[in-house]
Write a protein that binds this ligand. Sequence first.
Ligand SMILES: N[C@@H](CCC(=O)N[C@@H](CS)C(=O)NCC(=O)O)C(=O)O
Length: 211
Amino acid sequence: MRLYTYFRSSAAFRVRIALNLKGLAYESAYVHLAKGEHRQPAYGALNPQGLLPALEEGGRLLTQSLAIMEYLEETHAQPPLLPTDPFARARVRSLSLLIACEIHPLNNLRTLTHLKKGLGQNEEQVNAWYRHWIADGLAKLEADLGAPGTGKYSHGDAPTMADCCLVPQVFNAQRYQCDLAPYPVVMRVFDACMQIESFDRAQPGKQLDAQ
Ligand SMILES: N[C@@H](CCC(=O)N[C@@H](CS)C(=O)NCC(=O)O)C(=O)O
């Protein structure tokens, strides 16, 4: 398997964690987001969505981190990233989607670039936007993680797809110096995940393209 990745891409970070948790070897193809390599024709020809990550296997390409993690779950069942009980599976997907759909798109590169270059916002205003949506999203995550089902990790006592989404989102929040004190459950789960080698090895600073 080949993963198209960038060290700071939190969506790619999710998939790096999932691959590591499942013990799957992969090669990395580095696409430099800050230099705009994902917008170049070469990458567009490969991945029409023009985003990271993408996973290539057997000459076929999969996009969207949640779809990729579901694919890994279906093709390599152990260890599971989703619980067996249907309600619990739906809860893990809901937590994952809260991060991937309600927080991440508001703060990704193209959104911030449009705020700056398209709408003329200055750095301070863009940072305020970023922190606003982190606070909004993490407050919702904190409330949900307080519900029954949360154990050592987002759901129960084994890491799931939700944790693969939670950890990169907290890394992003830390990078933008967001106040994380109001989210003790989120941070407890984050700390528990970061004790696991598969999470630690996937972090941005440990990637070969890290700057
Ligand atoms: N929903 C997508 C999000 C993909 C995405 O936005 N990736 C970011 C990197 S984390 C990206 O490629 N951004 C490029 C840009 O915004 O121009 C997924 O989960 O894979």
